[in-house]
Design a protein around this ligand. Structure first.
Ligand code: NAP
Ligand code: GDD
Length: 348
């Protein structure tokens, strides 16, 4: 049985990837962070009591800032594949916490690679690693961005991702390690964190429709992104590790829409006009913005035989439908006298 180790298993992508690998028959190990409240919502449906028979999902406490702990986990799990998805992944937050972001996203990647390198050296076992790179690495480079487009990162997060990317290339060349760099453009879903703009919008649409919220405060409406569907993208990650040789891959839909267009489409799903509800709050502007991301992924698509299945309209439809249902549940609670927490209205 193949064993996979996932950092960031509790995140959007980690949860879909864990599902995919379990479906494929893998034994899946995930690294979770200790928190004072439960942070495993996205994988709770996969969790099994470890005392039961035939359990294939195992969780380990760890952190990308703790190299000793990472080594111990790698040595005890003895993985065939490692997916490095753990990150302080919010671009705006990386301006508030640049040093921490660099430590987790940049140096954390190096710690993990080094732990795997030493494990391979001492045991002779081959391990394949997926490194979660980002279209943010292209930053200010004009669209369309291709694999050979030079990086021009515009945030501490993006600079740290560029470091992670180059650690991958260097460890491949220096030690012959199998490290695949995936450069993924934005991908969203019903499980997207609520402080990212798409989910912030669809959560607000649901709550406004149900009378729980009046306004939606956003920042730059003109930014354009190449938005795909997260479950499609985790399939590409897996495919990258099934190739004969390691390489770099760019994953995108090839279509870009503005934040304004996303908001327009999301409000239209429930018969509302976005302009009646959206207001601009400069607190959501970034010191340096990434204006336009649009990926040219033809070569990767052909190489991996991968295609995105869910396009922009379907993505908006799915996210709105899900958040409409969530808001209906909140409305029931609110009507029964419970306080509904509207954190995503002000955070992110
Ligand atoms: P996400 O939902 O923010 O999940 C991030 C994961 O990393 C969570 O499990 C989080 O744990 C974990 N994490 C945070 N700090 C950590 C630390 N110090 N040590 C170990 N784990 C830590 O992100 P995502 O959208 O799934 O993205 C997955 C990866 O792809 C990230 O590396 C992201 O930067 C990258 N990426 C994402 C996109 C996208 O559009 N989604 C595009 C390109 C690249 P908690 O649950 O405890 O917070
Ligand atoms: N979060 C947020 N909140 N973004 C807003 C808002 C708001 O209220 N208003 C406008 N935006 C704009 C941002 O300025 C940005 O241009 C765009 O919406 C998308 O922002 P996010 O959804 O926060 O995502 P991101 O593109 O910055 O970063 C995501 O995608 C990257 C891949 O390109 C994250 O998932 C990163 O981890 C990932 O690497």
């Amino acid at each position: 049985m193949k064993r996979a180790l996932i950092t960031g298993i509790t995140g959007q992508d980690g949860s879909y990837l864990a599902e995919l690998l379990l479906e494929k028959g893998y034994e899946v190990h995930g690294i979770i962070r200790r928190a004072s409240t439960f942070n495993t919502d996205r994988i709770d449906h996969l969790y099994q009591d470890p005392h039961e028979e035939g359990v294939r999902l195992f969780l380990h406490y760890g952190d990308l800032t703790d190299g000793t702990g990472l080594r111990r986990i790698v040595e005890s799990v003895r993985p065939h594949e490692v997916y490095n998805l753990g990150a302080q992944s919010h671009v705006k937050v990386s301006f508030d916490q640049p040093e921490y972001t660099a430590d987790v996203v940049g140096t954390g990647t190096l710690r993990l690679f080094d732990a795997v390198r030493d494990y391979c050296d001492t045991t002779g076992c081959a391990v394949r690693i997926y490194q979660a790179g980002s279209s943010e690495m292209f930053g200010a480079a004009p669209p369309p961005q291709r694999l050979d487009t030079p990086f021009y990162p515009r945030s501490p997060y993006a600079v740290a991702k560029v470091a992670g990317y180059w650690y991958g290339v260097n460890y491949r060349e220096a030690y012959g390690m199998f490290i695949a760099n995936g450069i993924l453009f934005n991908h969203e879903s019903e499980r997207r964190g609520e402080t990212f703009v798409t989910r912030k919008i669809t959560r607000a649409v649901g709550r406004i429709k149900h009378g729980l919220q009046d306004k939606l405060f956003l920042g730059n409406l003109e930014a354009k992104r190449d938005w795909g569907y997260a479950p499609d993208y985790v399939e590409a990650m897996w495919l990258m590790l099934q190739q004969d040789v390691p390489g770099d891959y760019l994953i995108a839909t090839g279509e870009a829409y503005s934040v304004r267009e996303f908001a327009e489409a999301a409000f239209a799903e429930v018969g509302l006009n976005w302009q009646d509800y959206v207001e601009i709050d400069p607190r959501y502007f970034r010191p340096t913005e990434v204006d336009y991301l649009l990926g040219e992924a033809t070569a990767t698509r052909e190489q991996l035989g991968w295609q995105p299945k869910v396009g922009f309209a379907e993505l908006v439809k799915r996210m709105v439908a899900y958040d409409l249902e969530l808001a209906a549940q909140e409305k029931t609670l609110s009507d029964a006298g419970h306080k509904v927490n509207l954190r995503s209205v002000t955070h992110g």
